[in-house]
Design a protein around this ligand. Structure first.
Ligand code: CA
Length: 670
């Protein structure tokens, strides 16, 4: 009996010892990923400075030819290094270099089929993807990936900053999902998402305090940002599921069947050998690595050469406040003249231009704009088949014959960019459409902005003429509803840490009208100060920067805040850059306030936004930055903002300055 017990104990020991582990550390050794095959499940966990930041979480997927979600054993591992040094023009930084350690872990399932997991680990970032070799048995050369079990389990007490995935074919003219839902900040993990469909990338998490918790939810022991990159036409976009407490946490979820009006697959069809896109995790003890991360660009490569040197620029846009009524020749001339007066490079003509202005007159309008040193961008409906959005031009961008003809014409009349709206979701079919539009547009020297769309997933590097996506509850909502106007400061102090940290974001405009109306006195008011709005041009990042200035903003300044803009604001607006060489996080808390520094050529700008109802006192060390002036809100004796002023910056000997940022106000140091 004793012998039998000992035997079963030894058997148990040998079984549990059979679990294999593989480890990879970042170049500085502080970020460590541990991969295991315990109980036949492929798992990974992540520590930063010895603190567990991602608990053991599942790896694997299910394909038509095999199940790689269970019964797995590690069969091999191969370590290495990789580095990169590349130039970007559309994102937060122009010269990017990185060093990483790499690890490829091979797994085998019960049928002797292979899966490999490829890890790239930088000091504050990791990316991983699945490599799928061609199986020997039956020798299939293509596969359908139906489901992933990849999960993200975060420590108890983690709070979330997430945007819900909405049900498909909802919203205006059945155009959802389009990443245009409101974020919740500092919510617990175990609440159902708003629609029960999980959350769109990127997903930001605040880790629980590591020591002496004071019960203050604003104290976090670290930050985690999860997203994905490298999604091209060969795969679907994914998002995170709702949270499964005590089991798998958040799981990679594929598109919903109902997207694209129910047409097309939810999984991915790939050739073998093949690879999935990269899933990325950025980890920081502070928010600095989150804001400054370049992981979504580091692990992808350009898919084609640019046909010309694309430059981006600032643009005026009549539609935001003058709406559909402004889509006529004479009103567009006013916004071209406005762009020219401000020295801006571009003017966007929004929906219905083909019907209300006509193709001949658009060609004349483009010639008029070019004489003034301004280039036009034109709006297009992405489709004719998958939602009810009626705006024209329709039936062009989803058809390669019509699209090619159209783009040749756009090039002939000197149009520099297109804004394509109302995509159908994240299915592989739709990802192919994005890629096809981008590739064709590049052949004719045209830059692409997407609206009503998904987030970019490394696209700034993959597609050199890709400039920006909406994929945010953008400025149009500030026009549509007073509620969105009230939410604007919250949203814009959140995005530098989340949506805008992984991709350029076309928020759609620094709004300078006091009221959201052409007469600047009817409808609801804007809830932010002028300086808040101007500072968003620095906290929001997009290489085609909308300055939603209106013709009435050039009227004589009559005092107060309701007339034309004061000259110093106009002068400053003219100088705002659209592209950046460097971005640094200085201070902030998602949804409350943000202070960022960005450099364009030799000029630094430090921009601050305060979304809170109380004035924010900041103490900043600006000794590293060559800034001399301060654009800031001015208040009366009661603390009510009455306007703005440019003041000389006065620091102490150590370069320290104290600033007060007004509620829903801002500051720019330059
Ligand atoms: Ca939109």
């Amino acid at each position: 009996m004793k012998k039998q017990l000992l035997l079963s104990f030894l058997l148990f020991l040998s079984l549990s010892m059979a679990a294999k582990e593989a480890r990879i550390a970042s170049p500085n050794g502080k970020l460590v990923v541990t991969v295991s095959d315990n109980d036949g499940y492929a798992t990974y966990s992540v520590t930063l400075n010895g603190q567990l930041v991602v608990m053991p979480s599942r790896l694997g997927f299910k394909a038509d030819f095999g199940d790689f979600s269970q019964g797995l054993a590690i069969t091999k591992e191969q370590a290495g290094t990789c580095s990169g040094d590349y130039r970007m023009w559309q994102v937060k930084q122009s010269n990017i270099s990185f060093n990483a350690n790499t690890l490829t872990v091979g797994f085998e399932n019960g049928k002797n089929q292979q899966m490999e997991v490829d890890f790239i680990v930088e000091d504050n970032d990791l990316a991983f993807r699945y490599l799928i070799p061609r199986p020997k048995a039956d020798n299939p050369k293509c596969a359908v990936i139906t489901e992933e079990v990849t999960s993200f389990c975060l420590p108890d007490g983690t709070t979330t900053f997430l945007c819900p995935q909405i049900d498909p074919m909802k919203g205006w003219e059945r155009t959802k999902p389009s990443y245009e839902e409101g974020y919740r900040a500092d919510a617990p993990m175990n609440v159902r998402s708003a629609y029960g469909q999980g959350y769109t990338f990127p997903c930001l998490f605040g880790l629980p305090p590591t020591s002496s918790p004071k019960g203050n939810s604003t104290e976090h022991g670290g930050w985690v940002l999860i997203s994905e990159t490298g999604v091209a036409g060969y795969y679907c976009g994914s998002h995170l599921s709702d949270y499964a407490q005590y089991s798998t946490g958040y799981t990679i979820a594929y598109p919903q069947q109902g997207e694209n009006n129910g047409f097309g697959s939810t999984g991915a069809q790939i050739g073998l050998p093949g690879a999935t896109p990269w899933r990325t995790i950025t980890v920081g003890e502070t928010l600095k690595p989150i804001v400054e991360t370049t992981i979504v660009y580091d692990v992808v490569l350009p898919l084609y050469e640019p046909s010309e040197e694309y430059k981006g620029g600032r643009y005026t846009w009549s539609w935001l406040i003058w709406q559909d009524n402004s889509i006529n020749y004479d009103d567009q001339v006013k916004f071209i003249d406005l762009a020219a007066a401000m020295g801006y490079e571009l003017c966007l003509v929004d929906n219905w231009w083909d019907e209300r202005i006509g193709r001949d007159r658009i060609s004349q309008l483009s010639a008029y704009a070019q004489k003034k040193g301004v280039s036009l961008m034109l709006w297009y409906n992405s489709n004719g088949a998958w939602n009810d959005a009626p705006q024209t031009p329709r039936n062009i961008m989803h058809n390669s014959i019509a699209r090619d003809r159209e783009m040749a014409w756009l090039q002939r009349i000197g149009v520099k960019g297109i804004k394509v709206d109302f995509f159908a979701g994240d299915k592989q079919e739709t990802m192919r459409l994005y890629e096809d539009i981008l590739y064709d547009a590049n052949r004719y020297g045209i830059q692409c902005i997407f609206h009503g769309c998904t987030i970019p997933r490394g696209w700034e590097r993959m597609y050199p003429n890709y400039v920006a996506s909406e994929a945010v509850l953008a400025s149009e909502n500030v026009f549509f509803s007073e509620h969105a106007a009230i939410q604007e400061p919250f949203e814009l102090t959140l995005h530098p840490f989340c949506r805008n940290a992984v991709g350029t974001m076309d928020w759609g405009g620094v709004i300078m009208n006091r009221y959201l109306s052409p007469d600047n006195k009817s409808r609801h008011s804007r809830k932010t100060t002028d300086v808040f709005e101007i500072a968003t041009a620095f906290t929001n990042q997009t290489a085609v920067q909308c300055i939603a200035i209106q013709p009435n903003n050039l009227l004589p300044h009559t005092g107060g805040v309701d007339g034309g803009l004061p000259q110093h604001e106009l002068d400053f607006l003219k100088t705002i850059p659209a592209t950046w060489d460097e971005t640094r996080f200085i201070d902030g808390y998602p949804g409350k306030y943000v202070v960022l520094a960005r450099r364009h050529a030799g000029q630094w700008y430090i921009a601050a936004l305060n979304a809170q109802q109380e004035p924010l006192n900041l103490t900043l060390n600006i000794s590293e930055y060559n800034v001399k002036n301060l654009l800031v809100d001015v208040t009366d004796k009661k603390g009510v903002v009455t306007g703005s002023a440019v003041l000389p910056l006065k620091t102490d000997k150590k370069g320290i300055i104290k600033l007060v940022i007004q509620p829903c106000g801002g500051a720019v140091l330059y």
